[in-house]
Ligand binder design. Structure first.
Ligand SMILES: Nc1ncnc2c1ncn2[C@@H]1O[C@H](COP(=O)(O)OP(=O)(O)OP(=O)(O)O)[C@@H](O)[C@H]1O
Ligand SMILES: [Mg+2]
Length: 370
């Protein structure tokens, strides 16, 4: 299996990074620096150029540097996908986002966004186990995107139709003549999205359950099951929308639909939310991440680029070691940030030779080799 490798990275005007030019190594890249110097921002830049999004915020405007109003944020990377080398770039100016693949604007965003799979592991990911369904929906959608299940197109069309229905309800009431048209589109694209999510949940569940067994206490098992919010049959879904127009008008959004889906996580038949301990939550998150890496690798026959933000601060020793053991086994490019690079050294011994590790230090948004 080959691996995706960022050979160069060029960042301009992204948060506190005014100009960063980096030549990462093909395996482990350790980026160390004190709090607030730009470690997460660097990973965010990589994520942006690979996916056109941020893993920290849905508002890309936040990436504009506060100290340089009007500056154009841009990230450019040369990526070797194991077969060929190409250049990806994303520019942000105000609300405008321009993306180019080998210098050309892609016909579809999904084409660009799925070309270079990345998997992020950041402290905020603990929400995958403890937080609301939105984090787990995003996981399902990422896996669906990288697996070519058509989730992004379905999701965009679904959202558009949902907005139109809501606008019709709000401006013209529950008998508006165009409502059936929007509801039919919602059902069509909503079911498309639900099919994609069900398929990605199935792939993730098998891998995550196995991973959990390897990390958690013996005898404890976790299950992961897709929990759609809408009826899975077209007729029933359509009827549900029709019958809930009054309620949906009052609440400002549809009461049922994939925007409220979840991936149910249970520990010994009980919702993990209610019973899991802190350590078990962490084991669940780690299992889901290992599953994400596994499923994306297999779907693409290539190792995704891994971005690990401040991981050792979030996992305890044994789980950090389990993660490093896995990373040592897999060929692939890894970027990891830490305030304490010396803590990683212990995990390194035995797993990954120092020849495969490249160290950088970031200070006040400026990066140099260590
Ligand atoms: N839009 C912005 N413009 C300029 N600076 C910003 C912007 N957003 C955040 N910053 C600042 O950029 C700096 C780097 O932030 P970042 O989150 O990358 O730090 P970090 O090295 O990951 O820190 P930590 O170890 O605490 O996680 C911080 O000082 C932060 O306040
Ligand atoms: Mg950080």
């Amino acid at each position: 299996m080959h691996a995706l490798v960022a050979q160069t990275l060029q960042v301009r005007a992204l948060r506190n990074l005014s100009a960063v030019d980096l030549e990462p190594g093909p395996r482990f890249n350790v980026i160390s620096g004190d709090n607030g110097h730009g470690k997460t921002s660097l990973l965010e830049a990589l994520y942006l150029v690979a996916t056109t999004r941020s893993f920290r915020t849905s508002k890309l405007g936040e990436l504009a540097p506060t100290g340089a109003p009007g500056a154009t944020t841009s990230v450019r990377a040369r990526i070797d996908d194991g077969i060929s080398v190409h250049e990806q770039s994303v520019g942000l100016l105000g609300a405008r986002r321009s993306v180019k693949f080998d210098g050309v604007r892609p016909a579809k965003l999904a084409q660009y966004a799925s070309a270079t799979p990345v998997v992020v592991f950041s402290p905020s990911e603990l929400g995958l186990s403890m937080g609301p369904g939105s984090e787990r929906r995003k996981l399902l959608d990422r896996v669906a995107l990288y697996s070519g299940l058509g989730a992004l197109e379905a999701s965009e069309s679904f959202s558009r139709a949902s907005r139109e229905r809501q606008r019709a309800l709000e401006t013209r009431g529950i008998s508006a003549r165009d409502l059936p048209q929007w509801e039919a589109l919602i059902v069509q694209h909503g079911l498309g999205l639900m099919h994609a999510r069900a398929a990605s949940a199935e792939r993730l569940a098998a891998a995550a359950t196995a991973a959990f067994e390897g990390i958690a206490a013996p005898g404890l098992s976790a299950a992961f099951v897709y929990a759609p919010s809408a009826p899975t049959g077209a007729e029933a879904y359509l009827r549900a929308l029709e019958s809930m127009r009054t309620r949906d008008l009052a609440r400002g959004s549809a009461s049922v639909g994939p925007h409220r889906d979840d991936l149910a996580v249970t520990l010994g038949q009980i919702a993990a939310r209610h019973v899991a301990s802190q350590g078990q939550h962490r084991a669940i998150v780690l299992s889901l991440k290992i599953a994400e890496i596994d499923v994306v690798s297999r779907a693409r026959q290539a190792r995704p680029i891994l971005l690990l933000d401040d991981v050792s601060s979030e996992l305890d020793r044994s789980r950090t070691s389990a993660l490093f053991a896995l990373l040592g086994e897999q060929e692939g490019q890894v970027f990891l940030t830490t305030t304490r690079p010396e803590l990683l050294d212990a995990d390194w011994r035995g797993h990954a030779s120092s020849a495969t590790r490249r160290d950088f230090v970031i200070e006040g948004g400026v990066i140099r080799a260590r």
